[in-house]
Design a protein around this ligand. Sequence first.
Ligand SMILES: NC(=O)C1=CN([C@@H]2O[C@H](COP(=O)(O)OP(=O)(O)OC[C@H]3O[C@@H](n4cnc5c(N)ncnc54)[C@H](OP(=O)(O)O)[C@@H]3O)[C@@H](O)[C@H]2O)C=CC1
Ligand SMILES: O=C(O)C1=N[C@H](C(=O)O)C[C@H](O)C1
Length: 266
Amino acid sequence: MLKVGVLGASGRMGQTVVSALSQSENAKLTAAVVRAASSSYGKKLKDGLQYTSLQDTNAQNIDVLIDFSLPEALDDNLSFACENGIPIVVCTTGLDNNHQQQLMKASEDIPLLYARNTSVGIALLEQLVALASAALSTADIEIFEAHHKHKKDAPSGTAIALGEAAAKGRHQDWSTVNTGVRGDGVRQDDSIGFSVMRAGDIIGEHQVTLATEGERIELSHKVSNRNTFAQGAVNAALWLQDQKPGYYSMQDILELNKVFNQLLKQ
Ligand SMILES: NC(=O)C1=CN([C@@H]2O[C@H](COP(=O)(O)OP(=O)(O)OC[C@H]3O[C@@H](n4cnc5c(N)ncnc54)[C@H](OP(=O)(O)O)[C@@H]3O)[C@@H](O)[C@H]2O)C=CC1
Ligand SMILES: O=C(O)C1=N[C@H](C(=O)O)C[C@H](O)C1
């Protein structure tokens, strides 16, 4: 039975992962970590555990960490994982270039899987977007995303991952085509822009549009239950426990590259 520590355990996603683990046959919760200043700190969970901070968490009792906290916690979370040699699935979004470098550095010492979206559907959508972008090499590409009103970062990590997949499909450098959230002004050729909605309790919706004169393709994905993300994260943790130190993604678990390469050869 895999012993899992959840970072950001009191949050929307943290609580959903705790609940998914309580029903899993292969993995169980052994640490629920929050800030020492959190209103949840010290409170009891259903199964006799209580919320701890990183400082009083017993690392010996954790095989893999799942991080659904916020960017400001990444540094401490990675230090804890590296110091104790614990593989980590990082699901936090809104990370900057400095955070990305921290992920790469930590992955030299421990197995690290970074997933801005742990659903199977988005892993597949990334491949479909790369393929469509390559095939329709002159189409204008725009990305729309909608999330609940509490979400802090925009555009979403998933929207950015889809933009990167579109750029990769055309062998473009993402930093030169990424236009961010679109505002005033005429569209530049090759630019990839985002539009963002924040409203109510929308869990997560993404749409990539590829438009040419006279027609357009819309590739979209909608999540209706946070358990989709939680199950994906638990599956990632189960997979990661057996890996060597390195930087992994959901694509590695699902082996979609292999499926697509075989398909394209036919
Ligand atoms: N990869 C994926 O598939 C998905 C990723 N996400 C991402 O996961 C993250 C969490 O989302 P969500 O659960 O909705 O957010 P919440 O705001 O509900 O939860 C955030 C958690 O982080 C904790 N936290 C806040 N500040 C700090 C800090 N400075 N140090 C340590 N912990 C802190 C909070 O605990 P407390 O305030 O009690 O201390 C809480 O447990 C976001 O980045 C989101 O984009 C979300 C859904 C899916
Ligand atoms: O904050 C959220 O809720 C979500 N965040 C992730 C992101 O930024 O892409 C994934 C998902 O869409 C939900």
